[in-house]
Design a protein around this ligand. Structure first.
Ligand code: MGD
Ligand code: MGD
Ligand code: SF4
Ligand code: MO
Length: 761
């Protein structure tokens, strides 16, 4: 081992919090991550990291990194091919699909994982070049129901200020293990210590986070909607309502109040599995709080009635006036849209009209992202409008979307498929071509996940080391394919290149002029920026060019916020871009003001819209007290197919050596359920669902709710070690899930509620 070479700033890419870290490189080749610490300079993580970051070397220096383009042979095996051949063949095949069927028959999936969204920004121009209309991503299998709700009610993405709220509430979220918020464990410790603050957690399991709660509402799995309706009902019936505030700031509050006056609070609470007195106590704590903030996550978003639950969660916050004040929630400004706000047309009855839809299944498209759970169904038919090609970048949908066997078959049935990834993923193994790229630490990177409020931060990270084997970035791949398709004339971009060589001011004028006069510039915007401005940025920064474009958009959309952060005048966008390039631990990009909380609501009267008719209709169904998915005699358990544990990280870590600890892969069960089935702790068992079965080790877990089972996420992937041996660790969750169990509005799958049974192996 050689000595380290001085720590460099970057961010952890293992969850969407992206804590700032300092990495020391070393080892024989100088490329190993030998020491990783939290970065105290990072504006939001401030030195905090969790247990996972220390093991990032398993991502960066994975022995299964791909180094050459791969092409599938007739026998299903892959051969390495050179880059020129790969780009030419891929460009030809995409051009053929486009000319035969139209670009909208090429579907896109992915565009970034937990740490890398510049691929998605670069893909904007790539999709424009190909005429791609339909994109989906991991967000459209968890967050689109939620985004439909905040878009309809508020009109912009919000940031719940959990750290500053007097009362905080978590619904289906276990931040002790999953983080998913800044400095999660500090938040849990601080709120528990403070006698003036309270934490309410809704989780069927006695989770590692409920240990910190003042009130744990141990809802019966899948029945959050009844519990939240009871809470809103009790708040309304106890008249814990800020009537003046509602009159000034909300539409539809009168109808909501009338509705909830008749909700049978005790009956709903009891049906949800929660003692009615405890549910009422929680409602009173919320209704009497000075400030209240609620965050939900996939425990609710991937469970029955998920979109309705999101709606009830927002109603809980808004009916109590918890918006637009410190310690509540604020509408965040976005540099690059993480999840585009869905601003559809709504009729007089508060029902959305003309919702965009998928061409074959007709399923709604929210926030511009088609639901991944519908992808296989959309492909596997003989409808003339079905997709004919798929491009997957930085995602592993065969692993992460429901019902893997069906999706595998669907991808194989396409005319063309391409995966762009750092390793040979489960998805890549189904595709015609696989292109390898530089990792997130070998190129400039950033994520568009929302950050802090009111001071919003953005962290654009420098590469830590040169790409292995000179691997290209996605930006380079996109541009090479566009060029191989001959979409620009020879010399068509020369004026812009010349302008770029003369500096930012000249480039800005020339770019806006070209944007107005040549439609191809807008259509392939990221490609144009990359090949013009990008080529004149200092060595290695070309892939940041797209951020110059996004910085221009940001300062135009949010001039006051940007000005408060110091970016003003005609070149404010360039100032912001330069701040991003020169702030190794992240920069403040805009400062919001609570005074503008309502003027930013994009409704003509700047009011919150409390009625979503489609979800009020679904709310009526709750009166029947009938679960959407019921345990049956055949499948008596509700399986959480993919819980976050200490060492899971979606599909980012494949090496079975990366996790530490016991019970890493175990199917967990309450001991009372296991004993009734005569199954011993540690035994091998067979886990069966309607679509598949798996052998797995059983782990007793007193924290589990009886009647439920749980397996970790991110397991069952095929890992090839340095000797070429294949290893598989744990259960491949989506071999067991069915795409038919999904939310009727958003198509988000019920991964927290898969009907299952467990038998001796
Ligand atoms: N360690 C680790 N952290 C991660 C990730 C990772 O892979 N590993 N992935 C990241 C990603 S992409 C995401 S989206 C987040 C997800 O973060 P979380 O949503 O916090 O994670 P989960 O463990 O999937 O689910 C949270 C809780 O939902 C509960 N739950 C199950 N069924 C129900 C139900 O019916 N109702 C309610 N209310 N709760 C229920 C479970 O008991 C669990 O405690 O984590 C992020 N952080
Ligand atoms: N059954 C079940 N299914 C689930 C879940 C569950 O709890 N249960 N959780 C769901 C959730 S919340 C999520 S967010 C999804 C996540 O599912 P995915 O979106 O499929 O997973 P990621 O781990 O984000 O995928 C990241 C991919 O990017 C690749 N990669 C890493 N760095 C780079 C890079 O620089 N460039 C490129 N091109 N590729 C790179 C990685 O190798 C990996 O293949 O899974 C979902 N699926
Ligand atoms: S919370 Fe943990 S996994 Fe998430 S970004 Fe921070 S260090 Fe990485
Ligand atoms: Mo996620």
């Amino acid at each position: 081992m050689t000595e380290g070479t001085g720590a460099k700033s970057t961010a952890c890419n293992l969850c969407f919090v992206n804590c700032g870290i300092k990495v020391e490189l070393g080892g024989d080749d100088g490329r190993q991550f030998v020491k990783i610490k939290g970065d105290p300079e990072h504006p939001t993580s401030q030195g905090y990291i969790c247990n996972k970051a220390a093991r990032l070397n398993y991502y960066q220096n994975a022995p299964d990194r791909l180094t050459s383009p791969m092409r599938r042979k007739a026998d299903g095996s892959y051969e390495a091919i050179d880059w020129d051949t790969a780009i030419r063949e891929i460009a030809d095949k995409l051009a053929t699909v486009k000319s035969t069927y139209g670009g909208e028959k090429i579907f896109y999936y992915g565009g970034g994982g937990q740490g890398n969204h510049l691929v998605g920004a670069s893909a904007v121009g790539f999709k424009g070049a190909l005429g791609i209309k339909y994109s989906g991503s991991a967000l459209s299998q968890e967050k689109t129901g939620f985004s439909w709700v905040y878009s309809r009610m508020i009109g912009g993405l919000i940031h719940p200020e959990l750290h500053h709220a007097q009362v905080a509430m978590l619904v289906g979220k276990n931040p002790f293990l999953s983080n998913g918020m800044d400095q999660a464990r500090s938040f849990l410790r601080d709120i528990k210590k403070d006698p003036n603050r309270k934490l309410i957690v809704v989780d069927p399991r006695v989770s590692e986070s409920t240990d910190y709660a003042d009130i744990h509402l141990a809802v019966t799995a899948g029945r959050d909607a009844w519990l939240m309706a009871a809470i809103v009902g009790h708040i309304v019936q106890s008249e814990l309502l800020p009537m003046d505030w509602l009159q000034t700031h909300a539409n539809g509050y009168d109808e909501i109040i009338e509705y909830f006056k008749t909700v049978p609070v005790e009956e709903y609470a009891r049906f949800s599995g929660v003692d009615p007195e405890l549910a009422k106590e929680a409602a009173e704590v919320i209704g009497n709080a000075e400030t209240f903030a609620l965050e939900e996550d996939i425990g609710a978003q991937m469970a029955p009635h998920s979109t309705l639950t999101s709606y009830l969660n927002f109603l809980t916050m808004l009916i109590t006036g918890n918006y637009g004040r410190p310690g509540t929630m604020g509408m965040i400004t976005q540099l690059g849209q993480f999840l585009p706000t869905h601003l559809g047309k709504v009729d007089d009855d508060n029902r959305e009209v003309d919702l965009p839809r998928l061409p074959v299944t007709g399923f709604p498209i929210i926030s511009g992202l088609y639901p991944g759970a519908l992808l296989a169904e959309e492909i596997l038919n003989d409808h003339p409008d079905r997709p004919r090609a798929l491009i997957v970048e930085s995602s592993n949908p065969v692993h992460s979307l429901p019902e893997t066997p069906k999706l595998r078959k669907a991808i194989r049935s396409l005319d063309f498929s391409l995966a762009v990834d750092v390793v040979m993923t489960d998805t890549a193994r189904e595709c015609d071509y696989v292109l390898p790229v530089a990792t997130q630490y070998e190129k400039w990177e950033a994520t568009f996940f929302p950050r802090n409020f009111p001071a919003n931060i953005f962290h654009m990270r420098k590469p830590l080391l040169a790409p292995l084997h000179d691997l290209p970035t996605e930006h380079e791949i996109h541009s090479r394919i566009i060029e191989a398709m001959g979409l620009f004339e020879e010399g068509e971009l020369d004026d812009l290149k010349q302008a770029a060589s003369e500096g930012f001011d000249t480039f800005q004028g020339a770019f806006f002029q070209a944007f107005g006069s040549n439609p191809k510039v807008g259509q392939m915007i990221s490609h144009v920026l990359y090949r013009t401005l990008g080529e004149h940025l200092p060595e290695g920064q070309s892939e940041t060019a797209v951020m110059w474009g996004l910085s221009q958009i940001y300062v135009m959309k949010h001039p006051q916020e940007a000005a408060r952060a110091g970016f003003k005048g005609p070149d404010a966008g360039t100032q912001l871009f330069n701040a991003l390039r020169t702030s190794p631990s992240g920069a403040i990009i805009g400062i919001s003001s609570y005074d503008e909380a309502f003027s930013r609501i994009p409704h003509p009267d700047n009011k919150l819209q409390l009625v979503i008719r489609e979800l009020m209709d679904e709310m009526d169904v709750l009166r029947e007290l009938k679960p959407l998915l019921e345990p049956s005699e055949e499948f008596p358990f509700a399986l959480t197919a993919g819980a976050r544990r200490s060492y899971t990280a979606n599909c980012i870590m494949r090496d079975p050596q990366w996790p530490k600890g016991k019970h890493i892969t175990a199917l967990t069960i309450h001991p009372s359920d296991a004993e009734a089935l005569n199954l011993e702790d540690g035994a091998m068992v067979k886990l069966e669902t309607e679509v598949g079965s798996a052998l797995v080790d059983l782990g007793y877990d007193e924290r589990m709710q009886p009647g439920t089972l749980s397996i970790p996420n991110g397991q069952g992937m095929t890992f090839v070690d340095a000797e070429g041996e294949e290893h598989v660790m744990g259960v491949f969750a989506n071999e067991l899930t069915s795409a038919k169990y999904r939310d009727p509005f958003a198509g988000t799958p019920f991964h927290k509620h898969v009907p299952a049974r467990v038998l001796p192996a």
